[in-house]
Design a protein around this ligand. Structure first.
Ligand code: SAM
Length: 265
């Protein structure tokens, strides 16, 4: 599937839910979250259908994100069905890691290839201040992912000005010691269109962008930094794909329609 700037779109990032058990300061807006109605959230069958049609149009790579994707109780079934879809070669997951100790082995068996885990500090108190969660849960998740061979395990480190710049080196050493990779992400602001390429990742370079995004309520978005979105329940899946493809901007500008927690980072 080629867009009007001749970029071959092969990658679909799927937000499985806008719910999260953590409250990361850079992700949750200060005015609080406005959650989608439960009935708006796509079912397992609907997501699999989007993947099937996406694959028939040229999608080969999927990433599951959120919200926290491991809060979905059908996560294993979803993983199995997505990975066994004809044409899907690669399946990744972005998670805060808190539920990975429970799921890593089952996810691997279900066909998940690899995981990115968010970790912004190794200081327990600071971790709590940033996320409102427990560092030990995420650390247990990282070990479980390595044990289950969900490789390469990658750590997403969001640089938060004046908060965790001093923790970077410690997290980097931690990753080196564990034989895992680290990606530095500068804190972005979707509303103002403030975004950056990800160091050590392939996101953020518009000329190379091969992505579309599916929100948890079925909206296909052409770009993280765009207000356009096309709902599969209103338009039908194929039409929503084509409309998003047509509206994929040459460069991201800004989005007030969605935030990281409900479009998926
Ligand atoms: N709950 C999962 C997690 O914590 O990884 C997946 C969803 S979270 C929205 C996915 C990624 O979004 C995080 O790893 C983080 O890097 C990124 N993210 C969220 N808010 C961001 C912001 N303001 N700037 C840059 N990255 C952000």
């Amino acid at each position: 599937m080629f867009d009007q700037f001749n970029r071959n779109i092969t990658y679909l990032r799927i937000s499985l839910t806008d719910r999260c058990n953590l409250r990361c300061s850079y992700c949750v807006p200060t005015e609080g979250v406005k959650l989608m109605h439960r009935t708006s959230i796509l079912t397992c069958d609907e997501i699999v259908e989007v993947v099937k049609i996406g694959a028939s149009l040229g999608i080969t790579k999927i990433r599951l994100t959120g919200g926290e994707p491991l809060l979905r109780n059908d996560i294993i079934e979803l993983t199995k069905r997505i990975k066994s879809t004809t044409g899907i070669k690669e399946l990744g997951l972005t998670t805060n890691g808190t539920h990975l100790a429970k799921y890593a082995k089952q996810l691997k068996e279900a066909g998940l290839d690899r995981v990115n885990i968010s970790l912004d500090t190794l200081n327990h108190e600071k971790f709590f201040n940033i996320t409102k969660g427990k560092l030990l849960d995420t650390l247990a998740g990282i070990d479980a992912a390595i044990e289950a061979n969900l490789m390469p395990v990658k750590i997403n480190f969001v640089r938060i000005k004046t908060v965790n710049e001093v923790d970077e080196l410690e997290v980097k050493t931690f990753c080196t010691n564990k034989g895992i990779q680290m990606r530095f992400i500068r804190q972005m602001n979707l509303e103002t269109g403030e975004f950056y390429p990800v160091d050590g990742g392939d996101g953020g370079v518009c000329s190379l962008c091969n992505r579309l995004r599916l929100t948890a309520d079925g909206t296909i978005k052409p770009c993280l930094h765009s207000n356009y979105g096309f709902n599969i329940r209103e338009l039908g899946i194929e039409e929503a794909f084509f409309k998003a493809l047509r509206m994929k901007p040459e460069k991201g500008t800004g989005s007030v329609a969605h935030q990281f927690y409900n479009i998926g980072g």
